[in-house]
Design a protein around this ligand. Sequence first.
Ligand SMILES: [Zn+2]
Length: 135
Amino acid sequence: MINRASIEAERGEHTHYVVPTTVEKRCRRCLSIWPCEQSQILDLALRAEGYRKALEDCIEALNVEDNRLRRQHPDPDFAHMVQSLGERIGYGVVMTEASRLWFEKAGSGAFSVGHCIAIQESAWEAARAALEETR
Ligand SMILES: [Zn+2]
């Protein structure tokens, strides 16, 4: 299986040395002029793994599927209270003020108010499509 660890292990075998009495560098494994083709390919593969991880983190952070599910199931105990407050003072005020208060209490572990649903879903779709291309 190809993964970051296997790529790093193979990349670790392609190191260079300076050919004695010259300034020429060669790969210890392939003996090709440095940087060897294999080390360059492996460096690109490591960069691609970094991009893949970043995309996976973005997809997880956007949390679109959980948010869709949550919107379909109102909280039986509190939905009516939040609705009443949101209708009275505005949903944006409820969300940003709740986020601010939670941040004061819990720091970076608190939920935050982000972009609107359409923008989040669009970014989520784009990140998923880009991730699919790496497979
Ligand atoms: Zn090499």
